[in-house]
Design a protein around this ligand. Structure first.
Ligand code: AKG
Ligand code: FE2
Length: 284
């Protein structure tokens, strides 16, 4: 026997003795940061070659730093990562080809034309406390962060998840929420999210201590020259809220990093293959 659930015919009012009325509601809106992820981003062969390259350059990595937003000074507070600046025409080309689809899925409009890439390694106790990537980009309201993950299989480390925090909007003020989405650093996957979104890397454990067993990334900050056009829909509004919440995380003066300077390279325009993907089957 099956049947449909049947509600009582009349609804009962919950009295104001239980639920008093109020004109002082203070609703807090909690929004997830827009994010998208690709699996098998470079493909097994290229991913393994890149991993071996990273491992082979062990001696060239240096301790990653953070910029103090108040003083603009570089420090290692809250961060234990190894970094090595790199460029790759092939990687940039592939990023550029994916960008139309990424921008579509993140509700992102502004033109992006520069990128800055570093290889990173997290070992035993490696971590990166809560931050935005404001100090790495020209205009944080439009910049996109891309983190590509690499590791040996079986994985030689534990932990090291990326936490992408939600944004809490109260009235006209936005701030990072305590809730977050967890991203596993899976080999040959890449994640894209707004550079203004608060995020952190939780501590990794690497029992062998071997460099080859570290958690590797190729992290790229993709910048635009111009500010975002005014949002036409709710999907784009989150970018403004994120930029508001990230205010104050960019060093005001004395910053040692110059994201528009020597480190950044021009991002090539997307190729025709990208337009086919973004346009769906039959497009192009
Ligand atoms: O390694 C990750 O998952 C994120 C790295 C990061 O946030 C950064 O380098 O700014
Ligand atoms: Fe970051």
């Amino acid at each position: 026997m099956s049947g449909f659930a049947k509600e009582p015919a009349t609804a009962t009012e919950i009295g104001t003795r239980i639920l008093p009325s109020s004109d002082r509601w203070s609703p807090a809106l909690v929004l997830p940061a827009p994010v998208c992820r690709f699996e098998n981003f470079l493909g097994a062969e290229r991913a393994d070659a890149l991993l071996e390259y990273a491992i082979g350059r062990q001696g060239d990595f240096t301790a990653g730093t953070v910029l103090d937003p108040l003083t603009g000074e570089e420090s290692r507070k809250g961060r234990d990562s190894l970094v090595l600046p790199v460029t790759s025409a092939v990687f940039s080309r592939h990023l550029a080809d994916c960008l139309p689809l990424v921008q579509e899925s993140l509700g992102h409009r502004a033109a992006l034309d520069r990128s800055l890439t570093v290889l990173t390694a997290h070992g035993d106790g490696g971590h990166y406390g809560m931050h935005t990537d404001a100090s790495r980009v020209r205009d944080v309201s439009t910049a996109v962060s891309a983190v590509y993950y690499l590791h040996r299989r079986p994985r030689g480390f534990g932990g090291g998840q990326l936490r992408l925090h939600d944004t809490m909007v109260e009235g006209h003020r936005a701030r990072p929420a305590e809730t977050y989405r967890t991203i596993e650093p899976e080999h040959d996957t890449i994640v894209f999210f707004p550079s203004a979104a608060f995020h952190e890397v939780v501590p990794s454990a690497c029992p062998s201590g071997r460099f080859a067993d570290h958690r590797f990334t190729l992290t790229t900050w993709i910048s635009g020259r111009e500010s975002a056009p005014p949002p036409a829909d709710a999907g784009a509004r989150i970018w403004q809220w994120l930029a508001g919440a990230a205010e104050g995380t960019r060093p005001l003066h004395g910053a040692t990093a110059d994201p528009g300077g020597a480190g950044t390279t021009a991002l090539p325009p997307a190729g025709p293959a990208a337009r086919r993907v973004a346009g769906g089957p039959g497009a192009g």
